[in-house]
Design a protein around this ligand. Structure first.
Ligand SMILES: [Zn+2]
Length: 364
C-alpha cells in the first residue's frame, strides 16, 4: 500500500486553500524525509499567495519549517556542523537548495544566489516529490540543502523562524557591518525588524532605534533591544529625521536597515545617516519597488548602499546559536502568536495578511 500525506494547496493566487493527499515515495540518496512539527507564515508567503510575485501553481507554500526525521536517504548521516543525524531528531534546514557546485557557490561564496537555486514552498505541488513546502504533514529535505539539528531546550515557536527570519537578519546585519558602539536605525518592526533590533544589540550596538507605524510593534521593539521607537505617521519627515539624528550622537546613524518593504522610506533613511554611514536594504523584495531620491546625497555623504537577499549557510548556524544563546534575553517565543491546523491555512493567511498576528504557525 502506498503511504500518503496531506498538503495544503492553492490552485492560483487568491484561490482557496485545499487539503489534498499525495503519495510519499522512499527517500533517494542525499534526501531526508521529515514529519513537519511546525511551519510559520513568512511575509513572502503572503506576497506569493496574493500574486505580488510569481510562484508556480498549484503550489504548496511555507519555507520556515521544522520537523522530525522519519527517513534518512543513503549518503546523509550528518548535519552541517558534523553532528550525527538519526531518526527522531528534530531539525531545521536552509530555506533553499542548489543544483550543485557552480561559479557562485565555489568562487564567489554566495551559494544562495546559485543559478537554478530553488526554495522550499516555491515549487508546484506536482513537482516530485510533492512534499517540499511547509503547509503539509511531510517535507523532503532535498540534496544540497544545509541541515541543522535543533537543541532540545528550544521550543518549536523559538526554532521555526530561525531558517528564514533570523538567518536573513544575521545576513543583513553582517552586511550592515554593525559593530561595537554603533548607532543603528531599523525601518520596520515586523518579525525581521524585531530580530534585527535584537541582533544589532547582540552585535554591540550602542543605540538602536526602531521605526514603525504600528503601536503594538513599537512596544515589542522595546522588548527586542530598541532604546527608542518612533512612529513615522505621527510626524513630518523632517521631524523624524531630526529626532533620529538627535538620538544618534554626534551626527547621525552609523547604520540604517530597511526591512519594512516600502521603498518610499529610503529617502528618509539616507538622511538618518552620518557621513560615511551604511544603508542596507533587506525588505524591498517585490519587483517594481521604485523610489525617487537625490543620488547626490550618496556621493556627498560617502554613503555605502547595499542590498541583501537570502543568506549564506553559515548564517543559519549563527541564527540558531543566536536564538539559543539569547532565549532568556529576548521573548522570541512571543513572536509566534497564532496557531492553526492544516485545514485553517486560509484563515491563518488572512490573519497574517491583515497583521492580526505577527507570525502565524501551522501545526499539522
Ligand atoms: Zn521567509
Amino acid at each position: 500500500m502506498t503511504r500518503t500525506g496531506k498538503a495544503v494547496v492553492y490552485d492560483a493566487p487568491n484561490a482557496p486553500f485545499i487539503v489534498r493527499e499525495y503519495p510519499l515515495r522512499p527517500t533517494r540518496p542525499g534526501e531526508v524525509l521529515v514529519r513537519i512539527s511546525m511551519s510559520t507564515i513568512c511575509r513572502s508567503d503572503i506576497h506569493s499567495y496574493l500574486g505580488h510575485r510569481p510562484n508556480p501553481c498549484p503550489g504548496v507554500l511555507g519555507h520556515e519549517i521544522i520537523g522530525i526525521i522519519e527517513e534518512l536517504g543513503s549518503g546523509i548521516d550528518r548535519d552541517m556542523r558534523g553532528d550525527p543525524l538519526k531518526l527522531g531528531d528534530r531539525v531545521t534546514w536552509s530555506e533553499y537548495f542548489i543544483p550543485g557546485a557552480n561559479y557562485y557557490s565555489e568562487v564567489l561564496d554566495i551559494p544562495q544566489k546559485s543559478p537554478g537555486v530553488d526554495k522550499y514552498g516555491h515549487m508546484a505541488v506536482d513537482t516530485d516529490p510533492h512534499f517540499h513546502g511547509g503547509f503539509a504533514e511531510y517535507c523532503y529535505i532535498l540534496p544540497q540543502s544545509w541541515i541543522l539539528k535543533l537543541p532540545n531546550e528550544l521550543t518549536d515557536e523559538e526554532a521555526t523562524p530561525v531558517n528564514c527570519g533570523v538567518a536573513t537578519m544575521i545576513s543583513v546585519t553582517e552586511r550592515a557591518e554593525i559593530g561595537m558602539g554603533d548607532t543603528v536605525v531599523v525601518q520596520g518592526l515586523g518579525l525581521l525588524g524585531l530580530y534585527g533590533c535584537a541582533i544589532a544589540r547582540a552585535r554591540g550596538a550602542r543605540v538602536v532605534i526602531g521605526i514603525d507605524t504600528v503601536q503594538a510593534r513599537r512596544n515589542l521593539g522595546l522588548k527586542f533591544g530598541a532604546d527608542v521607537t518612533l512612529d513615522p505617521a505621527a510626524m513630518s519627515e523632517a521631524d523624524l529625521v531630526k529626532q533620529v539624528r538627535a538620538a544618534c550622537r554626534p551626527d547621525g546613524a552609523d547604520s540604517v536597515i530597511e526591512v519594512c518593504g516600502y521603498p518610499e522610506v529610503i529617502p528618509s533613511g539616507l538622511q538618518f545617516l552620518r557621513i560615511g554611514g551604511r544603508y542596507t536594504l533587506g525588505g524591498v523584495v517585490n519587483p517594481d519597488s521604485f523610489v525617487r531620491f537625490d543620488a547626490n546625497i550618496l556621493l556627498r555623504k560617502l554613503i555605502t548602499l547595499r542590498g541583501v537577499h537570502n543568506y549564506h549557510p553559515r548564517h543559519l548556524i549563527q541564527a540558531l546559536d543566536f536564538v539559543t544563546a539569547n532565549r532568556t534575553r529576548f521573548p522570541f517565543a512571543a513572536l509566534v502568536d497564532g496557531k492553526y491546523r492544516l485545514d485553517q491555512v486560509g484563515k491563518a493567511m488572512s490573519d497574517a495578511a491583515e497583521r492580526k498576528v505577527l507570525r502565524a504557525a501551522i501545526v499539522p
